[in-house]
Structure formats: C-alpha cells, structure tokens
Design a protein around this ligand. Structure first.
Ligand code: AMP
Length: 539
C-alpha cells in the first residue's frame, strides 16, 4: 500500500526559505574589535544574488565551486547559494599545504573559487597549477597579486539581479563536498547530498538542542565537514550564528565571546583547552556559555570536569568524521544516573544518535560482545554516512554496506562506545593492546601537563611500546618517574611508558589533531629527545 504523504524533496532550498521566518535572528561576523551584523532575512536576500552572479560567471548545475574562506557571512551565503542553484559547494581546508590543496582542487575540478582576500597568497601559490578554475571571486579588501584577474564578491552581489529561479533539485544529488584530512594516503572526497544534509540538520538540532533562543558560536571551521552541520541547523531553527572569521586565537575568541555572548558552541578539545587556559589566566568572563560540544578527537575527562567546575559550562563529547557528516555519537549520561556516576558516561565516546546504526566487529567480521571490554573496529551506516568516495575506489573502507571507520573501541550493555584508538595508531605490545587514547586522557589530568600524545614505537622485546610525548605547562616541571607514579594506580603496570619526550609543542594536523604519524617519524629519525627508563616488566 502506498502512503498518503506528500513527497516533498528534502533539499537545502527548503531549508533556505526558513531564514525568512526569523527577522529577529542575526548572523554576526567578527571583524577584530568590532562585529558586522545582518538579520536572517537580510542574508537570505543576498543568496539569490550570489547564485545569479555565479550563473553569470558560467556556473552550471553539478559544477563545483570551491570556497577558501574562514567562517563568515559570505561563506554562509555560499553554503546556500551554490547547492540551491544545483551546483556543488566544495569547502577547501585553508590549513593544507599548497601541493595538497592543488591536488584537491584538481581532483574536484573546481570551476570557480571564492577566496578571502587574507588568503589570496595561499591561492596565488597554486594558481598556475589549477587549470579547471576559470574564475576567482575575492571576499573583502586586500592585495590579490598573483591571482590574475579576479572578481570582487561584493561587487558581484550588488550588481546581480535580486531574484533567482531556484531549480527543482533531486534530493539525492550532491550539495557539497569535503575531502578527508587523513594523515595516511591521499585525501578522499566525500559528497554530501541535499537529503543527507537536510536529515543531518534535524539530527544536529535534536542532538545539540539548538533553538532560536540560542546564540551559536561556530568555532569548527566551515571548511571542515560543514562546520559539523551547525550553520544549517542554526539557520533552520533561527538560532543566531556568531562567526569568528580569522579571529581564532584564544584572546580574540574570548573578546568576541564577551562582546556577543554565545550560549552554545562546538570545537575540538585543543581549542577548549586553550580557551580555558586563556580565560583563567586573564580573568575573561565566558559564563554566558552554557553548553559546548567537543569532538574531532577524544575529550579528556579532566577537561570536561574543568569546564564544569571552573567555568560552569557543560562540555559534551561527540564523535564523528568527514564521512559521517559528521554526527555519529553523543555522550550524555543515561536516565537514572546519579551525579557522582555521570563522568563514566560523559568521558566515553557516546551513544549513536538516532539515524546512525553502529556496530563493532572483530578481525573475523563478527560483532563483539556489548560488555565494554571486547575491542574491534567501529562500523556505521545511515542516511548521512558515505557509501563511497568521489572518483576513488576504496573497497577496503566498506564492509557489506557499512562504513569501516578505522576507529577501534568497545561498546557496553547500554550502547555507549569507547574509542581506544585509530586502527593505524593502536599499540600492540607483546600481543596485548595498549590504548594510546586512554593514556593521553589520563596524562591530560595531571596538573602540570598542557598536552600529551602517546604513540607506539618499535621495541625489540615487546615489538611495540608506548612513547609518551608531553608538553608541560609554563613554569611547571615533572619527571618521567612523577608521571609514571601518577599513572600507576590507573592502568595496568605494563601500560606505563618507559620512553618519555618533553617537548614545547606537539605537531598537529590541518584540523588540529595530534599528528601521530609525524611524531613516530620524528622518533625514528632521532629528531626528538627521549628519556628512556629501564625496560618494561610484564607482571
Ligand atoms: P575527521 O574526518 O577529520 O573529522 O576525523 C574523524 C576522526 O576523528 C574519527 O575517525 C576519530 O578517529 C576522531 N574523533 C572524532 N571525534 C572523536 C572523539 N570524540 N573521540 C575520539 N576520536 C574522535
């Protein structure tokens, strides 16, 4: 029997229209000491103009339009104009080395690139090597030498007609794309559909509880997995959007926050650690922020506690990846949890959100027991999980219709997942697993440690042993023995690293994660000084 329901396509055009419902909601862009503001209807009125201008430049349905931009109003306009005209928004990671950036532009065959004037030198460096790009559109004022002929974004928008005849779009067609930033192998393209973004926006809305009374600060870059889909969800429900542009240092962010008073934000743990340290050292007031979602890498329990106790902010852990749009799990305690027990759930990776099917399988492909102990690879499927990569065959990344995440972990009887490692980062010592993530989280709880990474390095006797690379807080000191003693009653004895490196900073990837591949390479090449204690004793 057929249903009686209307068959309305789930497209971004439908989400775009909702902006007009919220004349009291605003998009605020940080411009250093001041803010630039526009109401949702004012932004909505510029979007057809941008689409008309891009059409004038020759952009046709399915063409890719790249954006090399920070988080700001114009980027939000592109988020809607490009997909709604039937083209594909391709957000470019401005922290990639030029050669990789060119590789991605060429792979996607971007036809037009919208670039911030402040990022013109980065694009200029690759301009001769990206032949598919016919037009460059520059946002903001500034020197654009090296880019050849360019169009100015504002001139185009002002000169364009005020209306655009939005086409009917197949909800399954690509709306935007983003390349993975894996530290191994070439970046792979993930293409989100109108339908996947539409459904994911509802998941973000429900999971993060964003409503029109919230003021949402997007710290996650809009070039990384659509800023976790937060701009679309906020627009859909009329939550104010506070966009920090290039003012992403803790001091600038704190000043922007004091001025604009966000109630909700999301970002990687590194940035939350930096904000906490800066706000505390400089007496900055961030108390209006009620909730923050942390993800992108494990959020240490000590950071969640510090946010609650020192700043009064609920820091919630979530997990996802470029391939999962990204929302996959969220770590909120289940009903009936006493306050004293909350942390055992909040410090986990989380429970799958509605819409995401998740399982953990062992090497033979069988599902592991839900006992919080048995470890295997996490696999997911769902309407906003990728089923392939753009123009790249990668059969090893899929398993009977499930995406193999490359994350390794366990799942308990209540469905809470705990990631213990990336599959490429697992440490196997004498045939037993050591969780680098758990060691890092514990080390982050030491009062003198500002940052920590644990990697597996070759060992003659045990095949592999953990090397702990730590950054001490300024003015603090700690020896390997101190740190081992701190860990002693928290993990099995043979997990305790005997190799320690004290470094001034840890290498990070273009999206702010520990670059463990580089740490291992630096160790192999003797480029980090390591204190080595007596060999591990297995008890
Ligand atoms: P990306 O595609 O760059 O967003 O990276 C996705 C990867 O980040 C995941 O596969 C995980 O390895 C890692 N990740 C994201 N969130 C978490 C989390 N809450 N805990 C541990 N790892 C995470």
């Amino acid at each position: 029997m057929k249903s009686t329901m209307q068959d309305i396509p789930l497209t971004l055009t439908a989400l775009l229209r909702r902006g007009e419902l919220f004349p009291r909601s605003e998009v605020v862009t940080c411009e250093g000491e001041t803010s630039r503001r526009a109401t949702f209807p004012e932004v909505a009125a510029r979007i057809p103009r941008l689409a008309a201008a891009l059409r004038e430049l020759g952009v046709q349905p399915e063409d890719r339009v790249g954006t090399l931009c920070w988080n700001h109003q114009e980027h939000l306009e592109a988020y809607f104009a490009i997909p709604c005209m039937g083209a594909v928004l391709h957000t470019l990671n401005l922290r990639l080395p030029p050669q990789q950036l060119a590789q991605i532009v060429n792979h996607a065959e971007d036809r037009v690139i919208i670039v911030d004037a402040s990022l013109a030198p980065l694009l200029a460096a690759i301009r001769p090597h990206i032949p598919s790009v016919q037009h460059v559109v520059v946002v903001g004022d500034g020197d654009v030498s090296g880019l050849g002929d360019v169009h100015r974004y504002e001139d185009l928008v002002q000169a364009a007609p005020a209306t655009f005849d939005w086409p009917n779009i197949d909800e399954r067609s690509a709306a935007s794309m983003c390349y993975t930033t894996g530290t191994t192998g070439d970046p792979k393209g993930v293409a989100y559909s109108h339908r996947s973004i539409y459904l994911h926006s509802f998941a973000v809305w429900a999971t993060f509880h964003i409503t029109d009374v919230e003021r949402v600060l997007t710290i996650v870059p809009m070039f990384h997995v659509n800023a976790w889909g937060v701009p679309y969800a906020a627009w859909m429900v009329g939550a104010d959007l506070l966009l920090p542009a290039r003012h992403m240092q803790p001091d600038a962010l704190c000043a922007f926050m004091e001025r604009e008073k966000p109630t909700f934000t999301g970002g990687v743990p590194t940035i939350f650690t930096a904000i906490l340290a800066y706000a505390q050292a400089n007496g900055r007031d961030v108390s209006y922020l009620k909730r923050a979602v942390g993800g992108g890498s494990a959020v240490p329990a000590s950071l969640i506690t510090a946010y609650r106790e020192k700043l009064g902010i609920e820091l919630i852990q979530a997990w996802g990846m470029t391939e999962t749009s990204p929302i996959g799990t969220i770590a909120l305690p289940p009903k009936g949890t006493s306050p004293g027990d909350e942390m055992q759930f909040r410090s986990k990776t989380g429970r799958p959100v509605p819409g995401v099917d998740l399982r953990i399988v062992d090497d033979s492909g069988a599902e592991v027991a839900h006992d919080g102990v048995a470890v295997g690879e996490i696999e997911v499927r769902g309407p906003w999980i990728t089923g392939s990569y753009y123009k790249t065959d990668a059969p090893e990344k899929f398993h009977n219709g499930w995406l193999r995440t490359g994350d390794v972990g366990n799942i308990d009887a209540l469905g809470y997942v705990q990631i213990t490692d990336r599959s490429k980062d697992v440490i196997k010592s004498g045939g037993e697993w050591i969780s680098s993530v758990e060691l890092e989280n514990l080390l982050m709880g030491h009062p003198s440690i500002a940052d920590a990474a644990v990697v597996g390095v070759p060992d003659e006797r045990w095949q592999e042993r953990p090397l702990a690379a730590v950054v001490l807080k300024q003015g603090d000191s700690a020896t390997p023995d101190d740190l081992r003693e701190f860990l002693q009653d928290k993990v099995a004895r043979w997990w305790l690293p005997e190799r320690w490196a004290f470094v001034s900073e840890l290498p990070k990837t273009s999206v702010g994660k520990q670059d463990k591949k580089l740490i291992r390479a630096m160790y192999a090449e003797g480029k980090i000084e390591v204190v080595q204690l007596a060999a591990a004793q297995r008890s």
